[in-house]
Ligand binder design. Structure first.
Ligand SMILES: [Zn+2]
Length: 181
């Protein structure tokens, strides 16, 4: 989309303009900080609060590299959600689809949602998501579902299994309890 390409150019330019101040205040973290400032201006409604520390660090590091190296923007549409919000989304999806099984393909109940744990990130735009799908593994970030191009999760150890959708039962994360492959 042309509008996204324009935003990418402007945001990269902005990061470059902010770099001297960021470098002055944050020294070697200057490029990281300038990228976050510029992205914060491009995506003013995003909210990174509540992400698990590892997920937060991985996400900001990945989008710093995406911006400086490849001029790709990655914004956060939805990160951490509290249980009440997740319940509401789940119930709304059940009402919309008329089926709990179908609803689970898009929204999980709080006890199973990676958003509630703070390790899931819904990103935008599509180009940024594509970048993250190609390069995110170096930061422990993986796309999880075939039906959600925007949903990524932080898995610092072994990569997770890619699933058709969230309704498919997940392999147990606890070490040693993984089914023998
Ligand atoms: Zn998600």
């Amino acid at each position: 989309m042309r509008r996204d390409a324009l935003y990418a150019r402007l945001t990269t330019l902005l990061a470059r303009l902010l770099l001297p101040v960021a470098a002055l205040r944050h020294r070697r973290r200057g490029r990281h900080v300038a990228a976050q400032w510029a992205l914060g201006l491009r995506f003013p409604h995003e909210d990174l609060r509540g992400l698990a520390p590892g997920a937060h660090a991985a996400f900001t590091a990945a989008r710093t590299e995406a911006l400086w190296r490849d001029r790709q923007l990655i914004g956060l549409t939805s990160g951490h959600r509290d249980s009440a919000v997740q319940w509401r989304m789940f119930l709304t999806e059940i009402a919309r689809t008329g089926s709990e099984a179908v609803a689970r393909q898009r929204v999980l109940p709080p006890a199973e949602s990676a958003h509630v744990v703070g390790i899931a990130m819904d990103v935008r735009p599509v180009e940024g998501a594509r970048w993250l799908e190609a390069h995110g593994w170096r930061f422990g970030l993986y796309r999880r579902y075939d039906n959600e191009w925007w949903h990524f999760e932080y898995w610092p150890g072994e990569p997770p299994q890619r699933l058709p959708h969230a309704g498919v039962s997940r392999p147990n994360r606890a070490p040693g309890r993984r089914p023998a492959a």
